[in-house]
Structures are given as structure tokens and as C-alpha cells.
Ligand binder design. Structure first.
Ligand code: NAI
Length: 562
């Protein structure tokens, strides 16, 4: 057998550890003096570069990548080598790179994850070894005050592509990247977690490269106990961490949130983040129409996780505006795959039951299932949301019927990507003679109609959750209240001026850092008003600025790790 000593003699010198440590590595930006101090003299080319120069080269290399998936992999490699450079690159080109580090490219990466697996920045928690949970977190070597944010997913419902088991780990990692790029959450104080409870994706179960637990999803009591253990362990080890839940299945997402929202500092972006960004669009729309929340009539087409989360928040807004819970419920209609959701339907999921309409009320509307068009004719909604993933479901007849019911309806066809959107603004604006107020789930060009340019806002959750997280962290809020979500939505809406016809209902995604800071201040104020804040400041605006991490090489972390 060849000895380790002889093998070392025959190979290249090993790479110095500081150049492999993404928290400390600065590559060509290390000065000659630093190189000498760290014992890496001669291990880098002679030039000493600035971070800007490094970022310029990395951006040029990025442009040479042949596809978004290649860009995703390239960016991951930069992240593995040098965290500051990665965030510098991301921050300098946020608008362009958000769809690469997150939706939709992350979906492609997830589908190939087990095949492409190289290294990982996550913590994996297996339902078959709950006794390992504490040790898994402790392996990070972080103390109770070292963690601000944990993003967890069980990957049952990834971005409309379904169940991806352990492959879904990248969803947690991608979300953390957006938090840092958009709101300056310190990337040294975050953890990505995958809860591996099995998968019902047979393609994965039969794939020899699959890296997760090879069995169907565990459900029921064992699943609930595992999630409860996660919440307990994470919050005991890291008591100040904001616990973000992402891409859980609709029933689990809702149950976990409802049962734990008052006990832990948790947040579910699919339900609360999405609901709040819709609220932001509606705040802007109400400024245009002059309407009140309590008077709105809402139809949701596609009553899954997102759609029912939106219904919940609009319901809460109606109640805050003076409606009783029953009156508010009476102004909400859900339509799912079998038409209008009514109380005589069998096996309704719990999240739809709350809004099921009494059958007696709709008697005579139709002999069988009650479709969207019929519902619009009877209800004349002020708000129509599409979260069905059914491309083209909002036909010309649907849009004309909606616009016949009220003068300026709010139309939110939010399904994405483009192949799933219910109606494109370029159709809906002319079909409604320029009367619909719109936001969509994808970036779209303005629509020119009758001499007016209609700017269509993108209802991107990234406008909201990074600032919400930052505000929660800065205020030390013990949990996320409805008022904090509402404050975040109002702060997003407050960034646009809707007085001109055709104005966007939402701010552009381009300037996320400034917009996240504004949202964070509003959220921290709401936390204080609700009595859940544990920290207070003489100057909150400055405190938020001070809390935001910047991608620069700090003066003092040559020796320290994260
Ligand atoms: P989901 O799968 O939980 O919900 C989709 C619902 O639509 C299901 O209840 C399904 O039964 C229903 N549906 C399917 N076909 C239908 C039909 N023909 N008629 C009526 N209902 C039908 O998915 P989730 O997570 O709620 O997402 C839905 C869509 O919303 C996705 O395309 C997602 O990308 C988009 N979305 C957009 C957001 C945004 O723009 N900020 C945020 C969250 C989701």
C-alpha cells in the first residue's frame, strides 16, 4: 500500500486552508502583508485586486455561462470560495440574478440536485434519526446568540414543481441568499435546513443517485412530532432566530403556522409573505378606487396554499376595518378544481372548509359545479386572484365579465412562470378597456393602451419577506403578529405613487435594499406597538441601517471564521 507521505510527495502542494474558507477567503484581494501573515505568500498571482475588480471579472465569467443553470452552478462555486465576493456580485446585479439564485432557475437545480451534488451549506435533519437533531445543529459550533435566521423546508411543494425531498435543500439556501442580498441579513448568522421526511416523488425514489431517505413521506403523528421537535430544538439552541418555513404542503403549512404562530418566532412565506404582498397590491388599488377593506368582495381562483393564505389576510384586513369575522367570510368565494367551494362538497381540505359557501345560497346558479364565469356574474368581485397554475383560465369573457361588475377591479393573475399565468396583462388591459388594476407573478413589460402606458407591478415576495425578517430581528420580536405583516404590506405600497393612470401598484424589484430597510422600520414599529418587541432604540432608522450586512472585506476577520 502506498503511504500517505509518498503520495503527498508526488502531488501538488495542498491548497492553504484560508483559500478554501469562504468566510475568510479574499483571493487576489489579500494584500502582500496579509499573504505573509497568513502563510500564503506565493500562492496567489502578484496583483492585489480590489473587490470591485474581482467582482468585474466574476461577472464577465458569469456572462460566459451558456444557460441560467450554468450561471446558478457558477455562482454557487463563487459562494463556496468567497462569500463576500458572491454577495457583492449578487448585490450589484440583483434584478438580473434574483431569477438565477432563486425562482425559476433554482427549480431546475433542484430537479438535478442529487446528480449534481458536490458540497452543501445546509443542515439535514432525518425523520428516522430525531435523536441526532441537536447534534446536527451543534456541529455548526454556533452559540445561542450567533443565529438570526433559519430557513427550513420539507420540500413537499417546491415552487409549483411539487415534491422534491432532500433535493429541495437548495430552496432554503436560495431564500437565505435573497435575505442577505435584499435586506442585508448577516450571512454568517443564518442556517439552511432540510427536514427529510421521505418523498412521494417516485422518480426520485427509483433514482439510484437520490441522496435522501428512500421511502414515502411520513405523515400523521410522527411527522407532527418531528416538526415540533425541530421548533423546540431550533428555538432552544438559537433563541433569537427568526424561523422561516418554506414550501411545505398546504395542509401541513397551515396547521404548523396556526398551531405555533403564538408560541414561536415563525413565519411561512408561502402563506403570510404571499398574502402580504397581495395586501400591498390591494392597498395601492384601494388608494386608486377610494374603497374600504370591509367593502371588498374577493374571488380566489385556485384555492391552494397561496390562494387561501391570501384569503386569510384579506379576511383579517376586513375584520380590522370593522367587519365581523362572519361578515368578512361572507365576502370571500373560493374556486378550486371542482368549481365554487360549497359546504356540501365532500373531503374538502381543512384550509378550504373555512370559506365554503352554504349550498342553499347558490341554489339555482348552476345544475352542477359552479364555474368562474357564473361566480363572477353573481358576485361582481372587486378583487379576482388567480393562483390556479392554469394558463389562460382568465379568458376574454372572464375579464370582460369582471370589468362589467365594477369600475376598477383588482386583477391578480399570480400563477407563474409565464406558461401558467391565468392571463397576460397585454390581453387583460385592452379587454377591460384599461380599467383593471393589475399585478402579476412574473416580470412583464408595460402595456400601451389608448395612449397610456400601464406599468404592471411584480408581486414578488422578495419585496416583503427580507424586510419583514430584518424588522423582526432588529426589534427582537417574540413572534410575528398580523399587524407586523400589515405594516410590511403598507410599507411596500407606500413606496409607489398611484395618482397617475397606469402607475404600477408595487415598487420595482430593482432597489430592494432600500425598500427592505423601509419595510423593516415599519415592522419593528408594529412589533413595539403590539408589545412583542424585546429591543428598543432611540433611532430605529439608524438601528436598521446598522444591522444590515454589507459585502465588503472587514478590517478584522483575517483569522476568525464566521
Ligand atoms: P397549490 O398547488 O397549493 O395551489 C393551486 C390550486 O389550484 C390547487 O388547490 C389546485 O387544486 C387548484 N387548481 C388546479 N387546477 C384548477 C382549475 N382548473 N380550476 C381551479 N382551481 C384549480 O400551489 P400554490 O403554492 O398555492 O401556488 C399556486 C400558484 O401561485 C403558483 O403558480 C405559484 O407560482 C403562484 N404564486 C405566486 C406568488 C406571487 O406571485 N407572489 C406567491 C405564491 C404563489
Amino acid at each position: 500500500m502506498q503511504s500517505a507521505h509518498r503520495r503527498r510527495d508526488n502531488t501538488m502542494p495542498v491548497k492553504p486552508s484560508v483559500l478554501q474558507d469562504r468566510y475568510r477567503n479574499r483571493g487576489t484581494a489579500f494584500t502582500l502583508e496579509e499573504r505573509a501573515r497568513l502563510g500564503i505568500t506565493g500562492r496567489l498571482p502578484a496583483s492585489v485586486e480590489s473587490l470591485d475588480q474581482q467582482a468585474g471579472r466574476a461577472y464577465a465569467q458569469l456572462q460566459d455561462q451558456p444557460s441560467n443553470l450554468h450561471k446558478y452552478i457558477y455562482l454557487n462555486q463563487v459562494h463556496d470560495r468567497n462569500q463576500v465576493l458572491y454577495y457583492k456580485l449578487l448585490g450589484d446585479h440583483l434584478n438580473e440574478l434574483l431569477p438565477v439564485v432563486y425562482d425559476p432557475t433554482v427549480g431546475e437545480a433542484i430537479e438535478k440536485w442529487s446528480v449534481d451534488y458536490r458540497d452543501s451549506r445546509a443542515v439535514y435533519l432525518s425523520i428516522n434519526r430525531p435523536e441526532d437533531m441537536k447534534a446536527s445543529f451543534q456541529s455548526l459550533g454556533l452559540g445561542p446568540d450567533d443565529v438570526d435566521l433559519i430557513v427550513v423546508s420539507d420540500a413537499q411543494e417546491i415552487l409549483g414543481i411539487g415534491d422534491w425531498g432532500v433535493n429541495g435543500t437548495d430552496i432554503s439556501i436560495g431564500k437565505l441568499a435573497v435575505y442577505t442580498a435584499a435586506a442585508g441579513i448577516d450571512p454568517n448568522r443564518v442556517i439552511a435546513v432540510n427536514l427529510d421526511v421521505g418523498t412521494d416523488n417516485e422518480q426520485l425514489l427509483n433514482n439510484p443517485t437520490y441522496l435522501g431517505n428512500r421511502h414515502a413521506r411520513i405523515t400523521g403523528r410522527r411527522y407532527d412530532d418531528f416538526v415540533a421537535l425541530y421548533l423546540k430544538t431550533a428555538s432552544e439552541l438559537f433563541p433569537s432566530a427568526f424561523l422561516h418555513f418554506e414550501d411545505f404542503g398546504p395542509s401541513n403549512a397551515r396547521r404548523i403556522l396556526v398551531e405555533n404562530a403564538d408560541k414561536y418566532r415563525i413565519f411561512n412565506d408561502d402563506m403570510q409573505g404571499t398574502g402580504a404582498i397581495v395586501m400591498a397590491s390591494a392597498f395601492s388599488a384601494l388608494k386608486v378606487t377610494g374603497g374600504r377593506w370591509a367593502e371588498q368582495r374577493l374571488v380566489v381562483f385556485g384555492a391552494g396554499t397561496a390562494g387561501t393564505g391570501m384569503a386569510d389576510q384579506i379576511h383579517a384586513a376586513m375584520v380590522r376595518d370593522g367587519a365581523t369575522p362572519d361578515e368578512a367570510k361572507n365576502n370571500i368565494w373560493l374556486i378550486d378544481i371542482h368549481g365554487l367551494v360549497t359546504d356540501d362538497m365532500r373531503d374538502l381540505p381543512d384550509y378550504q372548509q373555512a370559506y365554503a359557501r352554504p349550498r342553499s345560497e347558490v341554489e339555482g346558479w348552476s345544475d352542477g359545479e359552479i364555474d368562474l364565469l357564473t361566480t363572477l356574474q353573481h358576485v361582481k368581485p372587486t378583487i379576482l386572484i388567480g393562483t390556479s397554475t392554469v394558463h389562460g383560465a382568465f379568458t376574454e369573457e372572464v375579464v370582460r365579465t369582471l370589468a362589467a361588475g365594477v369600475e376598477r377591479p383588482l386583477l391578480l393573475p399570480l400563477s407563474n412562470p409565464t406558461s401558467r399565468i391565468e392571463v397576460m396583462p397585454s390581453d387583460a388591459v385592452p379587454w377591460s378597456e384599461g380599467r383593471v388594476l393589475m399585478a402579476v407573478g412574473i416580470p412583464v413589460e408595460p402595456v400601451q393602451y389608448n395612449g397610456v402606458s400601464y406599468e404592471i407591478g411584480q408581486a414578488n415576495n422578495a419585496l416583503l419577506y427580507p424586510g419583514l425578517g430584518l424588522g423582526t430581528i432588529v426589534s427582537g420580536a417574540t413572534h410575528v403578529t398580523d399587524n407586523m405583516l400589515l405594516a410590511a404590506a403598507e410599507a411596500v405600497a407606500g413606496q409607489v405613487d398611484v395618482s397617475e393612470r397606469g402607475a404600477s401598484l408595487l415598487p420595482p424589484v430593482a432597489n430592494l435594499r432600500a425598500s427592505s430597510a423601509t419595510v423593516a422600520v415599519a415592522v419593528a414599529k408594529a412589533a413595539a406597538q403590539d408589545g412583542v418587541a424585546t429591543k428598543s432604540y432611540d433611532n430605529l432608522i439608524q438601528a436598521v441601517q446598522d444591522a444590515m450586512w454589507d459585502p465588503v472585506y472587514p478590517a478584522d476577520n483575517l483569522e476568525d471564521g464566521r
